[in-house]
Design a protein around this ligand. Sequence first.
Ligand SMILES: *[C@@H]1O[C@H](CO)[C@@H](O)[C@H](O)[C@H]1NC(C)=O
Ligand SMILES: *[C@@H]1O[C@H](CO)[C@@H](O)[C@H](O)[C@H]1NC(C)=O
Length: 396
Amino acid sequence: MTRAAWALVALVATLAACAEGARPAADKQISAAEKEGYEPKKYKNLKPLIGVLTQPCHECPGKSYIAAGYVKWIEMGGGRAVPIRFYATDSELRRLFKSLNGLVFPGGLTWLWLDSPYVIAARKLFNWALEANDAGNPFPIHGTCLGFQLLHILASNISRNDLLVDTDSVAHPTTLIWQPAANGSRLFGDLAPDLHDKLADPKFNIALQNHMYGIPPSFYQRWPVLAKWYKPLSTTLDRNGIEYISTMEGVKYPFFGTQWHPEKPPYEFGMEEVPHSLDAIRVSQHLSNVFMEAARMSAHAPESKEEELAMQIYSTPPIFSARFEVMDEENYDGPDITYYFDTPDRPPHGPDDDEGEDSGPTASQGEGEGEDGPLLSQAERERLHRRFWSSQGGFF
Ligand SMILES: *[C@@H]1O[C@H](CO)[C@@H](O)[C@H](O)[C@H]1NC(C)=O
Ligand SMILES: *[C@@H]1O[C@H](CO)[C@@H](O)[C@H](O)[C@H]1NC(C)=O
């Protein structure tokens, strides 16, 4: 054995000894005082479970997907991610909601028609969130990009055709123009002063915009219902000087919306324009912390340990999507890593789907018949990977 190998053996032995010594015996009761030491009373839970509404995809290796950046952004603040299929039954949505401590509406390409299955599912969750908050049980929602637009649509029922104007802001790292409410807001009130200045400074361009549509600030006057629900915290100018709301938060509810993408700087490396500076990461962390601190005030909890484990996203292996696409696409701007759910164009059915364990093709499954029908071969999955994100334009 080489000297390095012996050193490794010694190190492993030391670590094992440490771990043994540090772990209390299984039957040792943790005293109330000891527990209080690390569970301040203000919290209702310290392991937030955060639902993420999946987005539809076609000709992709699943029926719906979640870009892993959102999952990791939740983890960054101390939360755990739970996929919510937008095509889940009412009882499944309700069952999940009762266990969740918050919700993320991610970015994507879905058309937000008021009567689309996506908006209908989102509205149910949104209405339950209002009920929970009204009953004194805080339930935060963060909407990013398309999710930001969705929060406006859910609060107002204004058609996306009336609410959204064209903007030239795809792959656009830029600045926030602070609005008067920003400094006293939940989202930015505690932001480090240097980040406050840098977010507004074109020398830094920390806020990554990646959208084709925006909501002009004047629309909050045109439809007073919007101003009743949300306070604009920042606006941003597109490449042609068109101004749109870039950040808002709820007037009454712990709802937050960013037209820009706080989850990309730490987790998405395909698109050249994504900022990766320390400042961009700190802004991402700040927003995650604010959201997750609100989620720790939620008293929802899963009914059982089994349910708690089954609902989490981690039964579904993430796919390193950039690897399948970047080879033929010089400007790959899809997610680096993606979770796909269920078999393409097959509605989920059967108890396994509810457990989140039959979540579409996985790396370990080969060809053959699954309970849901034929599984995709490795070659077919790779073909779908190649076709999907390269054709999307990156609005995830
Ligand atoms: C929007 O429509 C839904 C369902 O059609 C309804 O429940 C809700 O009250 C409406 N909201 C507003 C603000 O009109
Ligand atoms: C808001 O806060 C920042 C950073 O703390 C400060 O520099 C700025 O002057 C404040 N703006 C207003 C309008 O109070």
